[in-house]
Design a protein around this ligand. Structure first.
Ligand code: LHQ
Length: 263
């Protein structure tokens, strides 16, 4: 794959997608969106990846939309940001939500604007203690996009979501973890090892079960208990027929670690 703006590997069941424009804190460009789309296609159809880690190269995770790409000269027409969201950010957020494997945002540094909401679009977020999350949109006259207004309120409640959206103030990783916005803030010197351990653990889990858990948890945001119980019943019925369930129960009985294949 010829990729200019990201690094992408799949090894031992773990796909690693590293945003790679460190001199711009890995801000999104059109080219980066295209490269990410290409990598996600490989994850979706290749079958080799059982977990996806998204990280940033250098000192930042992602500073959101590259504002250099958005510079206007006097007299230029106003941009259609709706078109940008419709064709670039929306599809990315939808693809991550639909991805049948767990996604981990490894937030190695500042995550701002759509970069913060890219992190929150992943199933689990682990951040360096020194990292910051910034809903920086209001600083440039915009509202949080890329799912931000939807996700933030659900994760941390309306009051805190509103505060972050309106002030554009940075939120440190420890507080983000305390508020329940992310899974964990890791000491900087333990961060890489913790990301590696989490990715390896998830890649060895029964993939279909994680996919079903993701699907059900997402559905729970939009439906009541009755519908949720029905969904759990249907998904569990399918999982009960999986090879991994048979292996899990057998391994428990034989007091040995299970060897899940993802089938
Ligand atoms: C950047 C950027 C950046 C270009 C740092 N672009 N160069 C969707 C639909 C369509 C359009 C609009 O947007 C969206 C979604 C969005 O994401 S809107 C939000 C866009 N992002 C921002 O507003 C964040 C802008 N960046 C910042 O506020 C700061 O850079 C943060 C707080 C992220 C980091 O601050 P510092 O750690 O002090 O670093 P820095 O500001 O010195 O940045 C380092 C370099 O990276 C610097 O370049 P330079 O040549 O001076 O070294 C910045 O210009 C560049 N950079 N973010 N988004």
């Amino acid at each position: 794959m010829a990729l200019d703006t990201i690094l992408f590997t799949i090894h031992d069941g773990v796909a690693r997608l590293t945003l790679n424009r460190p001199e711009r804190l890995n801000a999104f460009t059109r080219a980066m969106h295209a490269d990410i789309a290409q990598a996600l296609t490989e994850v979706e159809i290749g079958g080799a990846a059982r977990a996806l880690v998204i990280a940033g190269a250098g000192r930042g995770f992602c500073a959101g939309q590259d504002l250099g790409e958005r510079k206007r000269s006097p007299g230029d027409p106003a941009p259609d940001l709706g078109e940008t969201l419709e064709t670039l950010y929306g599809p990315l957020m939808r693809r991550l939500a639909a991805l049948p494997i767990p996604t981990i945002a490894a937030v190695n540094g500042v995550a701002a604007g759509a970069g913060a909401n890219l992190a929150l679009a992943c199933d689990m977020v682990i951040a360096k203690e020194s990292a910051r999350f910034i809903q920086s949109f209001s600083n440039i006259g915009l509202l949080p996009d890329a799912g931000g207004t939807w996700r933030l309120a659900k994760l941390i409640g309306q009051a805190r979501a509103t505060g972050l959206a309106m002030t554009g103030e940075p939120l440190d990783a420890k507080t983000a973890a305390e508020w329940g916005m992310i899974w964990r803030a890791a000491p900087d010197d333990a961060f890489e090892a913790e990301v590696e351990a989490l990715a390896t653990t998830l890649a060895r889990k029964p993939t279909l079960a994680l996919k079903a858990a993701k699907q059900a948890l997402h559905a729970s945001w939009n439906q009541g208990l009755d519908a949720q119980l029905d969904l759990e019943r249907d998904l569990q019925r399918d999982l009960g027929r999986s090879a991994d369930y048979a292996e899990g129960v057998a391994a428990f009985g034989e007091k040995r670690p299970a060897q899940f294949t993802g089938a």
